[in-house]
Ligand binder design. Sequence first.
Ligand SMILES: NC(=O)c1ccc[n+]([C@@H]2O[C@H](COP(=O)([O-])OP(=O)(O)OC[C@H]3O[C@@H](n4cnc5c(N)ncnc54)[C@H](OP(=O)(O)O)[C@@H]3O)[C@@H](O)[C@H]2O)c1
Length: 249
Amino acid sequence: MTHIALITGANKGIGYETARLLGERGMTVLVGARDESLGRKAEESLREGGVDARFVQLDVTDDASVQRAAEWVADQYGHLDVLVNNAGIVAAAEGAKPSETSRQVMHRLFDTNVFSVVAVTNAFLPLLRAAEAARIVNLSSEVGSLTAMTDRQSPLVQLVDLAYPASKTALNMVTAMYAKELWDTPVKVNAAIPGYCSTDLNGYSGVRTAAQGASVGVALATLPADGPTGGYWGALFGNEPDENATAPW
Ligand SMILES: NC(=O)c1ccc[n+]([C@@H]2O[C@H](COP(=O)([O-])OP(=O)(O)OC[C@H]3O[C@@H](n4cnc5c(N)ncnc54)[C@H](OP(=O)(O)O)[C@@H]3O)[C@@H](O)[C@H]2O)c1
């Protein structure tokens, strides 16, 4: 039976490449996008590349949109094999230190990068449980690592901004706690570190391609039955991300 994968924020960047790579592995990919025209464009270009892609309108911060998307997937397929929580944002003022960060910025970043992952996962969990052995992948970042961010020897120690790294650290705990709740089921939940990729998110300053960044999440989305759950996968900044390497939390 064809596997069904939903990727949030799949109209561009790492999400788009994740959809392409999972589609090339024979999955039907549901291209989550908040903007219909961008989503349809991504769907079209994936289909041109031979991928069975279908756009689904999904603004992860909008409960009604999340609910509609879950109902549509239930109606169309009755289950979901893979959920990739990829949609994410950075603060407009990158580099804002803790002492310069407003409640509004913290709320906005946490709303998309953390609260929405919980809302989307919960909306799709009945469909994930209905699949034979579902995989949930959360797109985290090396900057979510408390260990690396506070190690004076790490290149990450130069990063001083608060909101984005804190949101990814929170996402790591979200990942661990879902994995724990689902330990005794076939559902596996892991966090992926894509590495520093050239995308809109960072003004294309990254050193890896979006496709290279997508590869860690794709490996976690296609883990075998004896694969791990509740892990934080990929190498830290400066090293090649490796889906077989765990990073320190
Ligand atoms: N690039 C990196 O170096 C890097 C490193 C570590 C982790 N990551 C993580 O990887 C993920 C993808 O990042 P990227 O680099 O591919 O960024 P990107 O090119 O900016 O893409 C982000 C995607 O998220 C979508 N999105 C944002 N808010 C949304 C919402 N409320 N509802 C639905 N979709 C929403 C965007 O949609 P619109 O087009 O409508 O804005 C876009 O499709 C993020 O979680 C990011 O934190 C990236």
